[in-house]
Design a protein around this ligand. Structure first.
Ligand code: CP3
Length: 353
């Protein structure tokens, strides 16, 4: 086992001392990079790219060839699990993800089973092990999954939505059916993340993109309880090395203490909360990851310096901060603005450590 040359991300997630604040960006490999668009064109489309481990590995490494990032994230999508369950994922050009067979009927919901990751999700595990090998110990590799609730949103709705009305209708009218889906999803996600850890993922992150649209009570019952079950079921060590876990709930600022209490090592923050106030609330229980508004990357290097500097100052001195965006990078981001951000954080953060 090669030792990591740059382990600042792992150390920050475990709240150990680091010389500067490590940084990576959600969706750091994506359409704002011309080389990504070229590789995607070679693959044919986004899903074909995800399913081709050679090309997915190439794309995983692209942002690291350009920028001094402190982590790689395996190139894939959260919707690989429902695809492996047989729902038929496809991406209509410009329309986002869709399922050919969304969960509409009770019999289909009762038939749902957790896929064996070694079988139906082999291509993701192959990408993880290839990317890990290609990184050669330079920076850690992050594996990820959607949360059971966020996956259920797409599975029931059949695609993206502005209000996920059919999900909420099921939640209030047939909570038993939603709980059944969430149970299967939680088993699937636990097995999938553990398989990614076995294949070489050195950090794992759960994306709960839609938990924040729930009421207080519904968030706890239908989202957080299942994320907690996953965290409890994850391997915390591989080859004698700790594998930190990150939980990100978009819109979850009101429930920070509760999320921090489920046993994860770090909590991801969107941009709607002040990171210093968040730190005061969670204390030393978890590290915090975030939380620059991705829209700031559409502006100028001066505005980026100011806003990134404000986040570093708000978090303040000491351990436990991983710099990131509050959500995925926009496809309209000028690549040179990402360089400006990373230069700022690397330079300005040293004085806080
Ligand atoms: O962070 C990374 O670089 C790793 C790759 C990654 C992708 N999707 C690639 C992707 C990750 C971590 C995801 C997670 C994901 N996927 C989430 C959770 C995080 C979030 O953004 O809230 C969700 C909800 C999805 C589902 C999904 N996939 C949507 C809604 C879309 C369409 C939105 C869009 O940006 O077009 C996708 C497609 C997708 N996933 C793209 C990428 C790079 C763009 C597709 C393309 O290249 O055409």
């Amino acid at each position: 086992m090669t030792k990591l040359k740059n382990d600042t991300l792992i150390r920050a997630l475990l709240r150990e001392p680091v010389p500067y604040t490590p940084t990576w960006l959600m969706r750091q490999a994506g359409r704002y990079l011309p080389e990504y668009n070229q590789t995607r064109a070679r693959a044919g489309n986004f899903l074909a790219l995800c399913k081709n481990p050679d090309l997915a590995t190439e794309v995983t490494l692209q942002p690291l060839a350009r920028y001094p990032l402190d982590a790689a994230i395996v190139f894939s999508d959260i919707l690989t699990i429902p695809d492996a369950m047989g729902l038929g994922l496809y991406f209509a050009e410009g329309e986002g993800p869709k399922f050919e067979r969304p969960l509409r009927e009770e019999w289909a919901i009762r038939d749902l089973t957790a896929p064996d990751p070694a079988d139906h999700l082999r291509y993701v595990l192959d990408t993880v092990s290839q990317a890990r090998r290609a990184l050669a110990g330079s920076v850690p590799l992050i594996g990820f999954s959607g949360s059971p609730f966020t996956l259920a949103c797409y599975m029931i709705e059949g695609g993206g939505s502005s209000d996920f009305a059919s999900v909420k209708k099921m939640l209030y009218q047939r909570p038993d059916l939603l709980h059944h889906i969430l149970n299967v999803n939680a088993s699937a996600v636990t097995a999938y993340l553990n398989a990614q850890i076995e294949a070489g993922a050195q950090v794992v992150m759960v994306f709960d993109t839609w938990g924040g649209m729930l009421s207080h009570a519904a968030f706890h019952e239908f989202s957080l309880a299942y994320t907690a079950r996953i965290v409890a079921g994850l391997k915390r060590e591989h080859d004698g090395v700790r594998v930190p876990t990150i939980v990100f709930t978009k819109g979850g600022g009101g429930w920070l203490e509760d999320i921090a209490a489920i046993g994860c090592d770090a909590v991801g923050l969107d941009w709607t909360i002040d990171i210093g106030a968040a730190r005061a609330r969670v204390g030393t229980r978890v590290a915090l990851q975030g939380n620059l508004d991705p829209a700031i990357l559409l502006s100028s290097p001066e505005a980026i310096q100011r806003e990134a500097g404000a986040i570093l100052a708000s978090y303040g001195r000491g351990n436990g901060h991983v710099f990131n965006l509050g959500h995925g990078i926009s496809q309209h981001t000028p690549p040179e603005n990402v360089a400006a951000l990373l230069e700022t954080v690397r330079g300005a953060s040293a004085s806080y450590h």
